[in-house]
Write a protein that binds this ligand. Structure first.
Ligand code: MSP
Length: 630
C-alpha cells in the first residue's frame, strides 16, 4: 500500500485578494504535493475559501449583492487563478457549502453538549478587517488593530466560549513530546511561550452580523469564523458525514498530515486547532510548516501602500515557471523574502537563462552536432571528471529529497543549482569541442555528452515539482515521457535520442527595458472623487527665468484666464526659459501655495518623465488659457 500525504493551504479570505505574496502559500503547497506524488505518496491536496464574516456581508451590501452571490463570483475567479498557476489541488472547499456548514454546526453542538463550549459574555476590541478580537495590550496606541492598523470597534456581546484553559497542559505536553509538530523551531518556541503564559477561553460566537453559520441551539449566534474556517481541514475529508472514507484514510490512518501556513496565522493553527481536535477526540496528528512573508522592498504589500503585485501580471509577462521558481527559491523556511522586479529579472537571467538554459542548449546542440542526436550509455569512465559528476548527481538527488520532504525548498534548489553549475564547469573541463577533433576519441566524446544528458535529465526530474512546464519541455526534448523519481540517479538511460530542433527556453532579459516598463503604475488606486479634487487648467507661460543658484528650477509666470500665477518648476534641466514662453501647459491650479527657494509657487506644471528620456511638459495646442482639463 502506498503511504499517504494530506497537504492543506489555509483557505483564503474571499474578502482579500490573491497577490504575489499570499500566493506563495499555495504555490509552496503545490510544490510539496507534487514532490510527494512523485515520491510515491498517495497525496490529497486541499485548498479553498474562507467566505463568512462581517467584511463580506458589508461588501456585498455595498455592491447590491447577496453575500452568497459575492463569494460565488470570488470563488470562481480564485479557483481559476489557481488552475492557471498549475496548482494541482484535489479539492477546493468553500465554507458556505452545505457539506461544510452542516458539519461545523455539528462540531459546535458536540462541543457545547460536552461543555467544552459554554455561554458567557464578551467585551472587547474587534477588528472587522481581520475578524479578530484583541486585548488592550495588543492594540496600537490609538486603539488600532495590531495586524492591519485599521481602527478597532468596541464590542460587547453575549457569547459562547471554547475552554482553551482546560486543554492548556495537554497541548503543552503534545508540543513538547513532538519536536517536529511545528517547524521551524523559532515558531515552535513562540507557541510554547504563548501557551505557557496562560490561555484564556476563546470567544467562539458572534451576534453582531448574520453572514456566518448559525449555532443550532441558538441561531441568534453565528459561529466565529476561525472555528468555522479551521474545520475545513476535516469537513473536506467527510468527517462526521455519511462517507468519511477520506477522513479515515488521509487523517486517522494517514502517514503525513501537513498544514502549511504563514506566520501571521500561527496561533490559530498551533493553539486553537489542536485544542478543537483534542476536544473532539480527533487525533492531533498533523504538523505545521510556518513560512514567512513575501515583502516588498519598502515592507508589506497592501492596497493602501499601492504596491501590490498580482501573479497574473508576472506570469503573463515572464511565464509561470519563472514566477514559481523565484518565490520558491527565494523563500527560506523561517524567514521572509523580498519580491522586487530588479531581483526577479536578475534571477531570471542568472538561474534560468544562463545556468539552466545554457547548459541545456549547449548539451542539445553538441549531441546533435557530433552524434546526430544519438548517444549510448558508456561502458567505462574516462577520467576523474566523470566520477565526480556522477557523484554530484547522486549526492544532489539525495540532499534534494531530504530538503523537499521537510519543506526546505530553498536548500533543495540550491543543491540543484550546484549540480547545474557543476555540469557547466564539466563542459569547460572536458572541452568536448577539442575531443571532437580527434576521431579516435569518439567514445570519450559520447561519454562526456552522456554525462551532461544524465545530469540534465536528473535536474529536470528534481525541478518538476517547482517548474513543471519546463521540466516537461526538457523531457520532451530528451525523448522521454514520464517524469518519475525512480529516474533520480546517474546512468538510468540505455540509449539517448534528443530533439533535432531545440528551442531556447529562457531568453536573457534586458533589465533596463524591463524595469522601465515596471515603473509604471506604482501609485495607490484612487476613486473618481479623488481625481475630481484636482483643478486642472490650461495656463499660458508669459514669462520664464532661471532661479538664482539653482540648476533645476525655473520661475514661471503663467496666465490662467485673467489671473497670473507664479510657479516654481524643476524644468531647467530640460528647457531653456525662452523655449517655454508662449507654451500652453497643463497646470494644477488648486495646489496649496508653497515657498520654494524664497519664491511663492502657486501651482504645478504637469510633465512626463521616464528613464532615458528628457523631462517633457504636457502641452495643449488648440485651447486657450483657462480651459478645464478632465
Ligand atoms: N482565512 C485565513 C486562513 C484560514 S485557514 C483555516 C487567512 N486567509 S488569508 O487570505 O489572509 O491568507 C492566506 C495565506 O496567505 C496565509 O497563509 C497567510 O499567512 C498568507 N499570506 C498573506 N500575505 C502574505 C505575504 N505577503 N507573503 C506570504 N504569505 C502571506 O489567513
Amino acid at each position: 500500500m502506498k503511504k499517504t500525504c494530506y497537504v492543506t493551504t489555509p483557505i483564503y479570505y474571499s474578502s482579500g485578494n490573491v497577490h504575489i505574496g499570499n500566493s506563495y502559500t499555495t504555490i509552496a503547497c503545490d510544490v510539496y504535493s507534487r514532490f510527494h506524488r512523485l515520491s510515491g505518496y498517495d497525496t490529497f491536496f486541499l485548498t479553498g475559501m474562507d467566505e463568512h464574516g462581517q467584511k463580506n456581508e458589508e461588501a456585498a451590501a455595498a455592491a447590491g449583492k447577496t453575500p452568497q452571490q459575492l463569494v460565488d463570483e470570488i470563488a470562481a475567479t480564485t479557483n481559476q487563478l489557481w488552475r492557471d498557476m498549475k496548482i494541482t489541488h484535489d479539492d477546493f472547499i468553500r465554507t458556505s457549502e452545505e457539506r461544510h456548514t452542516r458539519i461545523v454546526r455539528e462540531i459546535f453542538s458536540r462541543l457545547l453538549a460536552q461543555d467544552d463550549i459554554y455561554m458567557g459574555a464578551y467585551e472587547g476590541d474587534y477588528c472587522v478587517s481581520c475578524e479578530a478580537f484583541f486585548t488592550k495590550s495588543q492594540l496600537g496606541e490609538d486603539g488600532s488593530c495590531p495586524d492591519c492598523g485599521k481602527p478597532t470597534r468596541k464590542v460587547k456581546e453575549e457569547c459562547y466560549f471554547l475552554r482553551l484553559s482546560k486543554y492548556q497542559d495537554r497541548l503543552l505536553e503534545h508540543i513538547k513530546a513532538n519536536p517536529d509538530f511545528i517547524e521551524p523551531e523559532t515558531r515552535r518556541n513562540e507557541v510554547i511561550a504563548f501557551v505557557e503564559s496562560g490561555l484564556e477561553d476563546l470567544a467562539v460566537s458572534r451576534t453582531s452580523f448574520r453572514w456566518g453559520i448559525p449555532v443550532r441551539e441558538n441561531p441568534r449566534h453565528v459561529i466565529y469564523v476561525w472555528i468555522d474556517a479551521l474545520s475545513n481541514y476535516l469537513t473536506a475529508l467527510g468527517y462526521l458525514s455519511a462517507d468519511d472514507a477520506l477522513y479515515q484514510k488521509y487523517w486517522v490512518n494517514g502517514d503525513k498530515v501537513v498544514h502549511v501556513i504563514g506566520k501571521d496565522i500561527l496561533r490559530f493553527h498551533a493553539v486553537y486547532w489542536p485544542i478543537m481536535l483534542m476536544a473532539l477526540g480527533v487525533p492531533v496528528n498533523f504538523k505545521l510548516y510556518v513560512h514567512g512573508w513575501v515583502l516588498m522592498k519598502e515592507g508589506k504589500m497592501s492596497k493602501s501602500a499601492g504596491n501590490i503585485i498580482y501573479p497574473r501580471d508576472v506570469m503573463d509577462k515572464y511565464g509561470l515557471d519563472a514566477m514559481r521558481l523565484y518565490l520558491i527559491k527565494e523563500m527560506p523556511l523561517g524567514n521572509d523574502c523580498v519580491f522586487s522586479y530588479e531581483r526577479f529579472i536578475e534571477k531570471y537571467n542568472s538561474d534560468l537563462a544562463n545556468d539552466l538554459g545554457n547548459l541545456l542548449n549547449r548539451t542539445l546542440v553538441m549531441i546533435n552536432k557530433y552524434f546526430a542526436g544519438r548517444l549510448e550509455k558508456p561502458d567505462r569512465r574516462y577520467g576523474d571528471y566523470d566520477r565526480e559528476l556522477e557523484e554530484t548527481i547522486e549526492n544532489t538527488a539525495r540532499k534534494y529529497k531530504e530538503s523537499f520532504a521537510s519543506f526546505r525548498f530553498q536548500n533543495g534548489l540550491n543543491e540543484v543549482w550546484h549540480l547545474i553549475n557543476r555540469s557547466n564547469k564539466y563542459i569547460d573541463e572536458t572541452t568536448p569541442w577539442v575531443v571532437a577533433k580527434d576521431e579516435s576519441r569518439r567514445d570519450e566524446l559520447n561519454a562526456i555528452l552522456y554525462h551532461l544528458y544524465e545530469s540534465l535529465r536528473v535536474t529536470a526530474i528534481m525541478l518538476a515539482p517547482v517548474i513543471p512546464d519546463t521540466a516537461e519541455k526538457i523531457f520532451r526534448d530528451f525523448g522521454l515521457d514520464t517524469i518519475d523519481f525512480n529516474g533520480l540517479g546517474y546512468g538510468k538511460t540505455a540509449s539517448v535520442k534528443v530533439t533535432e530542433k531545440p528551442e531556447i527556453l529562457f531568453r536573457r532579459l534586458d533589465p533596463e527595458i524591463e524595469l522601465k516598463s515596471q515603473n509604471e503604475n506604482t501609485k495607490p488606486e484612487i476613486t473618481i472623487d479623488d481625481f475630481n479634487k484636482l483643478d486642472l487648467r490650461v495656463g499660458e507661460v508669459i514669462d520664464a527665468r532661471k532661479v538664482e543658484n539653482s540648476d533645476k528650477l525655473l520661475l514661471l509666470k503663467i496666465k490662467i484666464g485673467a489671473a497670473t500665477r507664479q510657479v516654481v518648476s524643476g524644468l531647467a534641466g530640460a528647457y531653456a526659459p525662452a523655449d517655454l514662453i508662449g507654451k500652453k501647459l497643463v497646470v494644477v491650479a488648486n495646489l496649496k501655495p508653497v515657498k520654494i527657494r524664497g519664491y511663492l509657487s502657486e501651482g504645478m506644471v504637469l510633465t512626463a518623465e521616464g528613464k532615458g528620456l528628457p523631462l517633457e511638459v504636457l502641452e495643449v495646442k488648440k485651447h486657450n488659457s483657462n480651459s478645464r482639463i478632465s
